[in-house]
Write a protein that binds this ligand. Structure first.
Ligand code: S3P
Length: 464
């Protein structure tokens, strides 16, 4: 059903029409992506799968382990390239890491024990790595530089530079806002900071910097964002207080190495849940998925649309909820209604919007997405890259600056699709291909490995 065609690096680019206004085309043309994945339509999605560890939680565990005292052992650490970038940075800062039998061990150096890296730190494609690690780098006695790939180099960094400057750090950036960042670390002072955008990465950056400041650092959020940092900080021994949308951390805690297990990634599960909902029949169990309430809005949204989802065997690990997610759909029934995403819910589902757009097109009433201008500054401008692939599949979509509207009951036509180097676009449109009227190909499908290297193998196991 799935077939890889490995093209020589650079092949296929000549066929790319250059479109004004779609900057990601240009960005893409400079990436060395080569895998052309063929995907045939499927009639069922079934079986039982387990997913690699949550990307957000893995980043946080690795960074906090690096500044904790003693070793931390992390099982089910994300296999994605982004989390490997974080591990490499932590190592370059002097915390040795080793992986044995799938368990990552990080030898923490304590709050004051990191050392100056020999070269610039490489965050790869990972916004989480550069933004959250900057909170640690800002407090060091040395100067460090951190950058990443072509896509990361176009992502906005003022959002962390502003609060870190208020805490006393001096940061230089390309054009004052883009990576690479040169961070002149030093003693930090506490801050009370109101986030101008809903961003868990920025919140986390400030809270992590607050570990190194005297007194109590408070972040006020406009809406609730994922709280993995708060939970992880507590696990490592920090004092964290949460009062509705305000989070306070006390400086100079004693952080201690721990044994932790990362729950399966719910954002990766989203691709399989939508796959199950757009093919005629489905019976899929996803074991050990993270169900943190600040992430699980996805399941509520799907259930509200009419999806038959059950959660079983819920337990807790490291303060994070985890459980099995079951989804069923029988032939001739089980189609979903559609819905509206706006305000806090858009923020809570921001990473799932590419694949929800596809579900919207297959739904009865379609999907409206509002308040999603953050999609413009993800790994690609996701409103533009969703729209381009929709157009190729003959799907209608109406675009807005901060969202889009997708009519329901649409037919998916076979097409040559493109990841534009964005992992979630690669996976979302691989799922769309299952419902197409013929085989599709996805150029640059290997971008999926940024968060989920096993994606195509797993899809192949469940889709028929
Ligand atoms: C993340 C937060 C979100 C999300 C990203 C991971 C995190 O980004 O899109 O994939 O781990 O904190 P923002 O903080 O920019 O909203």
């Amino acid at each position: 059903m799935l077939r890889n065609v490995d093209l020589p690096i650079g092949a296929g680019y000549a066929a790319l029409p250059l479109k004004a206004g779609l900057s990601s085309w240009l960005r893409y043309a400079t990436l060395e992506l080569s895998m052309h994945q063929q995907i045939s339509p499927a009639t069922s999605v079934s079986g039982a799968i387990q997913l690699p560890g949550d990307k957000s939680i893995s980043h946080r565990y690795a960074m906090l382990a690096g500044i904790a005292e003693g070793p931390t052992k992390i099982s089910n650490y994300s296999t994605g390239a982004d989390c490997q970038s974080t591990l490499a940075c932590v190592r370059a800062l002097g915390a040795a890491t080793e992986t044995k039998d799938g368990v990552v061990c990080i030898h923490g150096q304590g709050l004051d024990g990191l050392r100056e890296p020999a070269a610039a730190l490489d965050a790869g494609n990972s916004g989480s790595t550069i933004r959250m690690l900057s909170g640690i780098l800002a407090a060091q006695r040395f100067v460090s530089t951190i950058g990443g790939d072509e896509s990361l180099s176009r992502r906005p960094m003022q959002r962390i530079m502003t609060p870190l400057a208020q805490m006393g750090a001096r940061i230089e950036a390309r054009e004052n806002r883009f990576p690479p960042l040169t961070i002149h670390g030093g003693p930090l002072h506490r801050v009370e900071y109101t986030l101008p955008v809903a961003s868990a990465q920025v919140k986390s950056c400030v809270l992590i910097a607050g570990l190194f400041a005297d007194g109590r650092t408070t972040v006020h959020e406009p809406v609730r964002t994922r709280d993995h940092t708060e939970l992880a900080l507590r696990e490592f021994g920090a004092d964290v207080e949460v009062d509705r949308l305000s989070i306070t951390v006390t400086g100079h805690p004693k952080l201690e190495g721990r044994e932790l297990r990362v729950p399966g990634d719910l954002s990766s599960a989203a691709f399989f849940l939508v796959a199950a909902l757009i093919v005629p029949e489905a019976s899929l169990t996803i074991h050990g998925v993270g169900l943190n309430p600040t992430r699980s809005a996805l399941l509520d949204f799907l259930a509200e649309m009419g999806a038959q989802i059950k959660i079983l065997d819920v337990s807790s690990t490291g303060g994070e909820l985890v459980g099995d997610v079951l989804i069923r759909k029988s032939r001739g029934s089980g189609g979903v209604r559609g819905g509206v995403l706006e305000k806090a819910r858009t923020a809570a589902l921001i990473d799932e919007i590419p694949v929800l757009a596809i579900l919207g097109a297959a739904s009865e009433e379609g999907l409206i997405v509002r308040d999603a201008s953050e999609l413009r500054v993800k790994e690609t401008d996701r409103i533009a890259t969703i729209a381009e692939n929709f157009q190729r599949m003959g799907l209608k979509i109406e675009l807005h600056q901060d969202g889009f509207e997708v009519p329901g009951r649409q037919k998916f036509h076979a097409a040559e699709l493109d990841s534009f180097g964005d992992h979630r676009i690669a996976m979302a449109f691989s799922v769309a291909a299952l419902a197409a009227d013929g085989p599709c190909s996805i150029l640059g499908a290997d971008a999926a490995s940024v968060s989920f290297p096993e994606f195509f193998d797993t899809l192949q196991r469940v889709a028929e």
